[in-house]
Design a protein around this ligand. Sequence first.
Ligand code: F6P
Length: 459
Amino acid sequence: MSRLVMVSNRVALPREHRAGGLALAMKCALQESGGLWFGWNGKVVARSGADLHVERQGGITYATLGLDRRDHAEYYAGFANRTLWPLFHFRPSLVDFTRATWAAYERVNALFADHLVQLVEPGDMVWIHDYHLMPLGAALRQRGVRARLGFYLHTPFPPPDLLTMLPVHRELFEALTAYDLVGFQVESYVRAFREYVMGEIGGEVNESGMISVHGGRRSFRVGAFPVGIDVEAVAREAAARAAPPRGPDAPRSVIGVDRLDYSKGLPERFLAFGHLLRTWPEQRRQVDLLQIAPPSREDVSDYRRLRRQLEQMAGAINGEFGEPDWVPIRYVNRGYPQPELCGLYRGAAVGLVTPHRDGMNLVAKEYVASQDPADPGVLVLSRFAGAARNMPGALLVNPNDVEGMAESLRAALQMPLPERQSRWHSMMAAMREDDVTAWWRRFVAALEGGGGAGTALAA
Ligand code: F6P
């Protein structure tokens, strides 16, 4: 196999615990295959890229660089997270577009390309991740890179009617045609992309399922590659970390673990929990909600506003229903290492994962894999998470329906053991099939099979 060069906006350096499935999945792939991981080191420095640092640890070479204040503000907090993130998560009213942030996005992608060309060797396979770096493949091609280039989007991909609201949609999405393989989490995102390319760029789907553009002069593959977890490793961690039972009278826990992000549906989740306690008073003292929400992207005002809103909501619900010896919502703004989370998942009777939109959502999978087979908890999952496509045993909910979520929560808390077990078995089987190893191996095999720059068809 060729050497794998992984590129993402943020690199999870050794010893770092990063929230989000992307970091874990990429680390798993690189730990097995070896290779290079290139991207931002998370630091704001005096001059973007001046501090390029290369280190090797456990078979992985990390090559990272810092961003200056302007690039951080305009590229990361700007175009990536104030324009693309809300657009891809179906929140057009939050999209903020300016020419300056678009220019910064192109500038940082060019900067990444300038550094990367010096690290890529002949025969490498370059796999670029996520919405921050869509034009990077084209920038590498312009600099003469002929390696196989793959791109994978970890977020949802909305239909063309939404995409075309972005003034620079054509420049941005046409850049994706420079890759040999473009991957998405689920089939519906693949369909949206095909529809966009056919409707806006004049592409065609040929007999082998490839997309060809520019009058057939260039063709590339598109596919769904649902990202998974290391099921057995999570199950092992959870069993090793299982907390001792809290005593017969202790409340059972519902758990949520999410970056503090408006796409995750946290206010509606708190409302649903409040509704449960209000409508079914017998649930009071019997159950609590542990919500872990590490703060994220605090340079973006929508995130700061959400943080204040959640603090206020948790306080109001605890004030209304709490007792001296029972706190309904335990709300924690801190990230925890994954093994610790696995122990907490195992101790919770319900996993509550209710995003408005989510590319996949690996918390849903980790919750299920952490359960005790003899007494598994129940997953309550938003139908708008990519994970909902292949979690047959979950109770699916619509995060816009607060009362419906409360009803599902109650059903989950009352579900008899045989039903919990049969639902859990069906989800474990599906997750084992689509685990993290299958994810990266399928993508890499498709990329290897597709040929390099040579896939561009002769005119
Ligand atoms: O999957 C979405 C994503 O943006 C990843 O790219 C990233 O690893 C994660 O969320 C965390 O976000 P950030 O790097 O902005 O803190």
